[in-house]
Structure formats: structure tokens, C-alpha cells
Design a protein around this ligand. Structure first.
Ligand code: PBG
Length: 324
């Protein structure tokens, strides 16, 4: 049947009709809130390039979590700003590191909140690269050992999920092995599998103080032009033991999310990264975009593309809208 017998607009007439045939539904269950934790007490530093995002000392972080839990956001991902950086990023696996202390305190107060940790060295190394250097190169195999230590230290502190974001080859397998050997066979791995070398991470590097001091991350993060390569990365990470895989960034890579979800029967996460957040915030602050509407359109697009889980700085705002 075709026009004029058949009319697509019949189901667009009222909100209830639209609700009945809506295909993609975003719920708070799919949101993960990223948080930055730093040493000290009573600190809540606004991040210049990310309105409403802060670097928290642990006491303030616990305050912040009240509203996160109240909004029924199921999980958070933690990033740490260490006391001290060095060549090898050793604070990343210190049992008294800022993230390890935060995990213990969070698990003590909010045992049900899912705690995910970012496993990487860039916030902890003096040079700002995601691994151990040999000359000006990041040495893949020398980095694996350190990443495994970081993951185990997070698991020991009580993390539910560790999320390696360094993009070294072989890291998922090495981390899985180290977790199991240390008795953490219940700790899951969310692999940042298809992590692109993206200019959209700019604001995050303000928030996490993790900009590389020389060069860039092109020798380890993926080239933005590739998708077959993303599928290969995902395949390898699953073979090595990833329980969930991630595509990052999200908005400029919806095709990658779609292909990964179509090809693999695994939970897929997408990271709605800092630059995607700041663009919407900046344009809305000028009055050029409707912030809440564009936020929802973005998150639903990511879900529609195939993401099961969305890591987003909008998690609280979205949760508020979804519960109203
Ligand atoms: C650490 C890491 C980065 C992000 C998440 N984990 C930065 C980077 O790779 O340079 C970016 C997150 C964001 O932009 O919101 N490697």
C-alpha cells in the first residue's frame, strides 16, 4: 500500500502514539558517570574546558556520589590525578594511590555502586604518554607488566571492572592472567578496544592533566579513518578475555559502534568523550543550541547505533531528565 492509502504521519500525531512505536529507549541503567579524583581535602576544582565537571578530593567525591546514587546511576569510572608523576608512572599501581584509596572509600560507603577504573599511565607519567618510554617511543611489551600491576591494584582495592585504555598490543590477555593469578577472577575487563587517536579528548587532558609532553598518541591509538581495524582490535580483545568492549569517541564513530555490535555478541560500551560534551556545553552557553535536547539526541543516537552502555559526563543531567 502506498500514499494516499498509507500515511506515515498517522503514528506521529500525538506523544502517546509516538511513544508506542518508539524503537530506541534510553534508560538510566545504561549510563556510567566519569569522575576525577585528586589528593587533598575539601577540593572541588572546576575543569576550565568542561562546565559542571570537577576534580574532587576524596571527601568531596563521596559527597558527589550521594546524588549519583540517588539518581540511580549504576556505575562510575574513576580517573586519578596523582600526588607525583614520574617516568614510569609508578603511583598508578601504588596501594595508597589516589584511585586505590578512592575505590576503598567508595566501596565502603556505596558497596552496590559499580566501580570501573581506567587502567592507563598517561595521568601518572611525567612525559604524559600511556606507557613506558624507550627513547621517544612507547615500549609496548615493557608497558604490559606495569598495566597488569595497575589492574591488580585496582582489583585489590575493590574495583568491579578494570578498563584498559592504553592501546598496547596484548594488554587484555596479560591483565586477565594477572587478575586470575591474584584471585580476582570475578573482576571484569572492559577493554577500550577501538580507541581512536582523537582531537575530541582535548578537554579531558585539562581535567586529568594528561597531555603528552612531546609528540602525540598516533603510534598507539587508532587512525580515525579505519573501521576494519576496529573490528580486528575488538576480535583480539575478546580472544584475550575482554568481557565488554568499547568504542571511543562515540559521536564521530557511530558507524564503528554499529559494526562492532552487529559483528560480536558482546556488551558494547561507547565513550561520549570530553570534546563531545564541551561542544554542546559551549554552544548552549551561547544560546545557539538547546542543551537538554541536543544531549538527549546525542545519547539516543549512540544507543541507536548499538551501544549497550554509555560513558558520559551528561550522566547526571540525563538521569534527571529521564526520571522527571
Ligand atoms: C587515558 C584516557 C583518555 C580518555 C580516557 N582515558 C585520554 C587519552 O587517551 O588521551 C579520554 C576521555 C575523554 O576525552 O573524555 N588514556
Amino acid at each position: 500500500m502506498y500514499f494516499p492509502e498509507y500515511r506515515m504521519r498517522r503514528f506521529r500525531r500525538t506523544e502517546n502514539l509516538r511513544r508506542m512505536i518508539r524503537e530506541t529507549v534510553l534508560t538510566v541503567d545504561q549510563l556510567v558517570y566519569p569522575l576525577f579524583v585528586m589528593p587533598g581535602k575539601g577540593v572541588k576544582n572546576p575543569v576550565r574546558s568542561m562546565p559542571d565537571v570537577y576534580q574532587f578530593s576524596l571527601d568531596q567525591l563521596l559527597e558527589e556520589l550521594k546524588s549519583v546514587v540517588q539518581l540511580r546511576i549504576p556505575g562510575i569510572i574513576l580517573f586519578g590525578l596523582p600526588h607525583e608523576k614520574n617516568e614510569r608512572g609508578s603511583e598508578a599501581h601504588s596501594q595508597n594511590g589516589v584511585v586505590q584509596e578512592a575505590i576503598r572509600a567508595i566501596k565502603d560507603k556505596y558497596p552496590d555502586l559499580v566501580v570501573i577504573t581506567d587502567v592507563c599511565l598517561c595521568e601518572y607519567t611525567s612525559h604524559g604518554h600511556c606507557g613506558i618510554l624507550r627513547g621517544h617511543e612507547v615500549d609496548n611489551d615493557a608497558t604490559l607488566d606495569v598495566l597488569a600491576k595497575v589492574a591488580v591494584s585496582h582489583a585489590r582495592a575493590g574495583a568491579d571492572i578494570v578498563a584498559p585504555s592504553d592501546m598496547m598490543d596484548g594488554r587484555v590477555g596479560v591483565i586477565r592472567h594477572a587478575l586470575d593469578e591474584n584471585g580476582f577472577d570475578q573482576v571484569a575487563i572492559l577493554a577500550y578496544s577501538a580507541k581512536y587517536c582523537s582531537a575530541f579528548y582535548g578537554p579531558f587532558r585539562d581535567a586529568a592533566d594528561s597531555a603528552p609532553q612531546f609528540g602525540d598518541r598516533r603510534s598507539y591509538q587508532m587512525d580515525m579513518a579505519n573501521t576494519d581495524e576496529a573490528l580486528r582490535e575488538v576480535d583480539l580483545d575478546i580472544e584475550e578475555g575482554a568481557d565488554m568492549v568499547m568504542v571511543k569517541p562515540a559521536l564521530a564513530y557511530l558507524d564503528v559502534i554499529y559494526r562492532v555490535k552487529a559483528e560480536f555478541e558482546r556488551p558494547v560500551a561507547a565513550y561520549n568523550v570530553s570534546g563531545e560534551y564541551s561542544m554542546i556545553k559551549a554552544a548552549s552557553a551561547q544560546g545557539w543550541l538547546d542543551e537538554k535536547k541536543v544531549m538527549m539526541e546525542t545519547l539516543i543516537a549512540i544507543k541507536r547505533a548499538g551501544a549497550d552502555l554509555i560513558l558520559t559526563y551528561f550522566a547526571k543531567d540525563a538521569a534527571k531528565l529521564l526520571s522527571s
